[in-house]
Design a protein around this ligand. Structure first.
Ligand code: HEM
Length: 113
C-alpha cells in the first residue's frame, strides 16, 4: 500500500512538472511586444535602429548597404524602416525568404497595438 502511494505521488509529480514546462514553452515563443509607436520610432534615420513589421512580427535590419538612412534602395521608395511592410513584401522579388536567409535580418518581437 505504501509503495502504491509513493508510486502515485511520483506519477503526479512528473505530470505536474511536464505541464508547467509546456505552458512556458508555448508562451508566445517569448517574443517581446512592440507597439506601432515603437515600430515607427525605429525608422532607421539619424542613428535610429531599423525595424520593419511583416505579418505581425517585427524584424530589425542591420548592417545592410541596401538599406540607407531608413530606405531600401532597391525598392524605389516602397520599403522603408518603421513601417508595416507586409503588402510591400508580397510584391518584392525575394519575398519573405529574405527574412530567414539574410544574416542582416533578426526577429525582435511581435507587433501589438
Ligand atoms: C517592392 C519591394 C522590394 C524590392 C523591389 C526589393 C528588392 C531587393 C533587391 C533587388 C535586393 C538585392 C537582391 C537580393 O538580396 O535578393 C534586396 C535585398 C534585400 N531586401 Fe528587398 N526589396 C523589396 C522589399 C523588401 C522588404 C519589404 C524587406 C523587408 C524586410 C526587404 C528586405 C531586404 C533585405 C534584408 C535584403 C538583403 C540586404 C543585404 O543583404 O544587404 N526588401 N531587395
Amino acid at each position: 500500500m505504501k509503495k502504491l502511494l509513493i508510486f502515485v505521488f511520483i506519477v503526479l509529480f512528473v505530470a505536474g512538472c511536464s505541464s508547467t514546462e509546456n505552458e512556458s514553452t508555448n508562451n508566445g515563443n517569448n517574443l517581446s511586444s512592440i507597439s506601432t509607436t515603437q515600430l515607427s520610432e525605429n525608422d532607421g534615420k539619424s542613428g535610429n535602429k531599423c525595424f520593419v513589421a511583416i505579418s505581425g512580427k517585427v524584424y530589425e535590419i542591420k548592417g545592410s548597404n541596401k538599406w540607407i538612412d531608413g530606405n531600401h534602395m532597391e525598392s524605389e521608395g516602397l520599403a522603408s524602416c518603421g513601417k508595416d511592410l507586409t503588402d510591400v513584401m508580397n510584391d518584392s522579388p525575394h519575398g519573405i525568404s529574405i527574412l530567414t536567409t539574410s544574416p542582416k535580418v533578426t526577429l525582435v518581437g511581435q507587433l501589438s497595438n
